[in-house]
Design a protein around this ligand. Structure first.
Ligand SMILES: [Zn+2]
Length: 269
């Protein structure tokens, strides 16, 4: 295989790999959206459960209040019946006080009861609101789950197609070069092989030494940019215009943080 053919293969491979990595990234993101929704749903369910318990406690308290009010009423009526049997003024005054006291107690209890019952009605309304929100959310999560299942299947198919294409290209290419190449494409937004343009790496715009450009020109082996680690190939000056157009689709990655690219380049060895 000539260097020309190797570069051609690498460029086809670059297109496939960048699509493949993009799909893989998307597939990683998919479950995260669902996780957020599921978490929200669980929080809603928990809050609903807590409010239900509060509602039940309030209901029990109201039952107790009602029984106390009924009991107070019975006591007051008991005193009132005794009025018929009163003989002395002193007895009358004592009984009259009992009737007043028990009547006041009864009224207090009934006021409390009314207030608590009003609160219970409001709690019930809120609970019903929460319940309908929670079931809507549950429905959303289920819809999302089936959407995700479909999306994952579709992306999985796309991935398989790309992997087939990848396998048809890789035979004959050096495995170590392939490994490095994949890593560069993954970290450099899809651009792993770029031409030298006017003595500059068109990936990161670093000025290359004349010696280095000559080595690439001789084409005796794969050369990596010492700054961004991309594979460099030589193209004659009169082809550069055309070459620039070809590479334009992925060109935007070229201006990124060069400091970190240097670090990554050193790591590669
Ligand atoms: Zn570079």
């Amino acid at each position: 295989m000539t260097m020309e053919e190797v570069f051609k293969k690498l460029r086809s491979l670059q297109e496939i790999l960048s699509q493949k990595f993009e799909i893989e990234r998307e597939m990683e993101e998919i479950p995260k959206i669902l996780a957020t929704r599921t978490e929200l749903l669980n929080r809603m369910k928990k809050s609903y459960l807590e409010k239900t318990q509060e509602y039940e406690t309030k209901s029990r308290y109201i039952d107790e209040l009602r029984n106390k009010a009924i009991e107070a009423e019975r006591v007051r009526e008991g005193f009132e019946k005794q009025m018929d049997m009163i003989q002395t003024q002193r007895e009358y005054e004592a009984l009259d006080k009992e009737i007043k006291d028990s009547g006041e107690k009864e009224q207090d209890l009934r006021r409390d009861l009314q207030r608590e019952e009003q609160m219970l009605i409001e709690m019930k309304v809120n609970l019903e609101k929460d319940e309908s929100m929670s079931s809507k959310q549950e429905e959303e999560v289920q819809k999302e789950q089936s959407r995700i299942k479909e999306a994952v299947q579709a992306k999985g198919k796309g991935l398989k197609t790309l992997e087939k294409k990848e396998k048809s290209i890789t035979p004959g290419l050096d495995e170590e070069i392939l490994f490095k190449f994949e890593r560069i494409i993954k970290s450099k937004a899809g651009l792993g092989i770029v031409p030298i343009e006017h003595g500059v790496c068109s990936g990161c715009h670093m000025i290359l030494t004349v010696q280095f450009v000559n080595d690439v020109h001789r084409g005796e082996g794969i050369m990596f940019c010492p700054n961004c680690s991309r594979i460099l190939f030589y193209q004659p000056e009169d082809l550069e215009e055309q070459g620039e157009e070809e590479e334009e689709s992925g060109e935007d990655s070229g201006e990124e943080d060069e400091e970190s690219e240097t670090d990554e380049a050193e790591d590669d060895d």
